[in-house]
Design a binder for this molecule. Structure first.
Ligand SMILES: Nc1nc2c(ncn2[C@@H]2O[C@H](COP(=O)(O)OP(=O)(O)OP(=O)(O)O)[C@@H](O)[C@H]2O)c(=O)[nH]1
Ligand SMILES: [Mg+2]
Length: 712
């Protein structure tokens, strides 16, 4: 990728307005219009930081160390281009009134047609593809994670969330520690971390020079009065200077000469400041005059002090700022560690079910919009199941008619036959009205337009559902539903309540949502955050202690969104763990792969596993293998042996039968066998050199299972 126009993207965050063919034709246009491409050039520029209450730097900082480093970054970020002022940096069209998105590194501005092509899948947020990996323009730090209207129009809610989250959390966009100087001393990575993760960190920290009174927690921009009280006693920065805040009140507090405003505040709090005293002020507001023994205060105890400080634009400790403690709990939430979990698996492995389950378990409510969409999806699925049954009914009817005709023929042309044989009726025959409805529904299903008829269908056709459900021919078909391969297992759960579900006032329960198919977009990604609710934490009986401060982000990703060779996995460099989901029942099932070749689903799952495990981005990540649908394994093994899958050819436990049935422990053996197969395979791919754990050592003990143990 050597130009911001590189279109090696074909984004996961694809937009409906950018078709793949569009990307290709654009690519060619770029080759021909090379002269119009933007170029990054080194051009020194003055960096201006806003002067905020929140301790930002102001223009004109002259400290050599700081400004040198800063201007170096600024130089990298300049961009030169052709085209008239205000036009898009890519297509060179539009003017200053055209809505545009800005690259947070080089400030290049792109119109809505170009932004996704110029910025690709945004693994680090809004950056031209050529700016990926580069430090952001510090003047844009305040806008990190704040999405523009334009992006919201181009991407869906989740895609926006993912891009904004990456923008805030990815490594390249983090504040360079050496650009933050405290009491004259630059921070390092560790100290920056200490500062940012303390209980009351400085808000919206930006590069700049600050003073910090470690004893009281007072914090401000060098040369200015205090703007904040942060956590005290942090091991960051050098020794505070008396003139750090440019005070002239002739009163020293913790070795710093305070400002006039601070002096007024102390006097209001009842502190005797006569005779140029020096004080020690603690984080809790208690104070002591130098040389005196008695501690006084705390200065914050006066109830009106908050108002007084507000009038003087002076900070108060966070718990005083909000006596109800809301601020503190909010902060606590912010500083909790966010652990990112990436949930991925082959098609139908059950990732969306796990995702929904987590939502329900950890009380992450579905929004009104989500519920409405899920409701329509469930109703749409129901009509789909009915259509499959009705199609089956036609087949059953034809079969019976054919059978009858054969019988008639065998009995000879003169035979009278039953009444039903004469009028062509069977137990699968519908009344003309229901038949018309049935034919229409089957046709809609076959043409793939089922989703199009909703939500109108719920109003117009609900009465038919009731009639259909009560119809004997339909019930006869329903009783033979297991013969209909197209009908998913879960259909019965919904069909039993067909009348209720088809009504307009139907409200899906959590269970309905969990069981519903296709409620998570299968070619996008879904993301949610959760922590273990306190109640659950207390009543946990498995002895596992959850970190009470840990928050988790669960990102569910469908393999189809990963592109060829899973190239978009690169987006997830900051995740902490990969949850790889495998459906245990895949071993005898087949699927057409992208080349139209029929492939065993377990083998396909293994291939996906290999791609993910060996992806450079995920090299150092923890992996958790989830073997899903374990509840169906035994039942399946009773019908089809595990060895049906070529990869499992050596599964050979001593099998004991109870009334010709396999025992549960054989399914358990199979479960362990598959787990070990995956683990061994990972070891093979990654060439692990450390010892196998005890679980591995126990592997394939399946072959030594005695009859006694399998029947116990
Ligand atoms: N019996 C049983 N069924 C499950 C289990 N997990 C998932 N399913 C069912 O398996 C089917 C596929 O599960 P999904 O969660 O949709 O799988 P997915 O990985 O999202 O698959 P895509 O549709 O490709 O996105 C659904 O009908 C689920 O109800 C399980 O543990 N046991
Ligand atoms: Mg699904």
């Amino acid at each position: 990728m050597d130009s911001p126009h590189s279109d090696t993207t074909g984004s996961v965050l694809s937009s409906p307005s950018v078709s793949s063919s569009g990307v290709f034709s654009q690519k060619r246009a770029d080759i021909h219009n090379n002269e119009t491409t933007t170029r990054h050039v080194k051009r020194p520029s003055a960096v201006t930081f806003r002067d905020p209450e929140s301790c930002d730097m102001v223009q004109g900082e002259s400290n050599s160390n700081y400004s040198e480093t800063q201007s170096m970054h600024a130089a990298e970020q300049s961009i030169e281009r052709n085209g008239k002022k205000g036009s898009c940096y890519r297509c060179l069209e539009g003017n200053q009134f055209t809505e545009k998105e800005i690259c947070i590194v080089c400030n290049a501005k792109y119109c809505c047609k170009c932004v996704l092509r110029a910025m690709g899948s945004m693994p680090e947020g809004r950056k031209c593809v050529t700016c990926i990996g580069k430090k952001i323009n510090e003047s844009r730090r305040a806008s990190l994670g704040k999405c523009s209207r334009l992006l919201k129009q181009l991407l869906n809610e989740l895609e926006v969330k993912q891009a904004m989250s990456s923008e805030k959390t990815c490594k390249a966009n983090q504040l360079p520690p050496q650009l933050v100087l405290i009491n004259g001393e630059p921070l390092n990575q560790y100290k920056l971390h200490v500062l940012q993760t303390c209980q009351n960190p400085p808000k919206k920290l930006k590069p700049g020079r600050y003073w910090y009174d470690k004893v009281s927690g007072f914090w401000g921009k060098e040369g200015d009065g205090p703007c904040l009280i942060i956590t005290a006693q942090l091991n960051v920065g050098g020794r505070i200077k008396a003139k750090a805040s440019n005070g002239n009140a002739k009163v020293l507090v913790n070795d710093r000469e305070i400002t006039r405003k601070e002096l007024w505040m102390l006097q209001f709090a009842g502190v005797n400041c006569e005779g140029k005293p020096s004080f020690w002020l603690s984080a809790d507001g208690s104070y002591q005059e130098e040389g005196q023994k008695n501690e006084k205060g705390p200065i914050w105890k006066k109830t009106r002090i908050k108002l007084f400080c507000a009038l003087l634009s002076l900070p108060v400790p966070p718990n005083v700022a909000n006596p109800a403690g809301e601020d503190v709990s909010q902060r606590t939430l912010e500083q909790q560690v966010l652990l990112k979990l990436l949930l991925v698996g082959y098609q139908k492995s059950g990732t969306s079910t796990i995702y929904k389950q987590a939502k329900i378990l950890y009380n992450v409510p579905f929004s009104e919009d989500e519920r409405q969409n899920i409701k329509l999806k469930i109703q749409c699925n129901l009509y789909g199941y009915l259509a499959i049954l009705l199609e089956g009914r036609e087949r059953f009817e034809e079969e019976v008619l054919l059978e009858n005709r054969k019988l008639q023929f065998a009995d000879g042309p003169g035979s009278s036959g039953g009444a039903s044989q004469i009028d062509g009726k069977t137990k699968y025959s519908l009344s003309p009205r229901l038949k018309a409805f049935s034919e229409w529904l089957v046709q809609v299903m076959v043409s793939g337009n089922l989703e199009v008829i909703f939500p109108a269908a719920t109003r117009e056709y609900a009465p038919f559902i009731q009639k259909l459900w009560n119809d004997a021919a339909f019930q006869a078909t329903y009783n033979r539903r297991h013969e209909l391969q197209m009908l998913p297992r879960i259909a019965t759960y919904f069909l039993e309540r067909a009348v209720e579900i088809s009504r307009t006032d139907y409200e899906p329960s959590d269970m309905d949502i969990l069981y519903a198919e296709g409620t998570q977009s299968s070619n996008g990604l879904s993301s949610m955050e959760f922590s273990f609710p306190t109640r659950e934490r207390e009543s946990f009986i498995d002895g596992y202690q959850h970190d009470p401060l840990a928050r988790y982000q669960l990102i569910r990703l469908h393999p189809s969104s990963l592109g060829a060779s899973c190239k978009w996995v690169g987006m997830f460099e900051d995740i902490n763990m990969v949850l790889f989901c495998v459906s245990l029942t895949d071993y005898d099932e087949f699927w057409l792969d992208s080349n139209g070749v029929l492939i065993n689903k377990m083998v396909a799952s293994k291939q996906l596993f290999e791609t993910i495990v060996s992806h450079p981005t995920l090299e150092q990540k923890d992996f958790l293998l989830i073997l899903n649908k374990a509840d169906l394994l035994l039942e399946k093994m009773e019908e089809v042996p595990l060895t049906r899958c070529e990869w499992f050819h050596d599964f050979n436990p001593v099998i004991s039968h109870h009334n010709n049935n396999l025992t549960a422990s054989v399914a358990q053996r199979a479960f362990h066998y598959i787990a070990v197969k995956f683990k061994r395979y990972a070891r093979e791919i990654l060439k692990w050199d450390h010892n196998e754990n005890s679980f591995i050592n126990n592997e394939f003990s399946t072959t030594t299972v005695t009859e006694a143990s399998t029947t116990s």
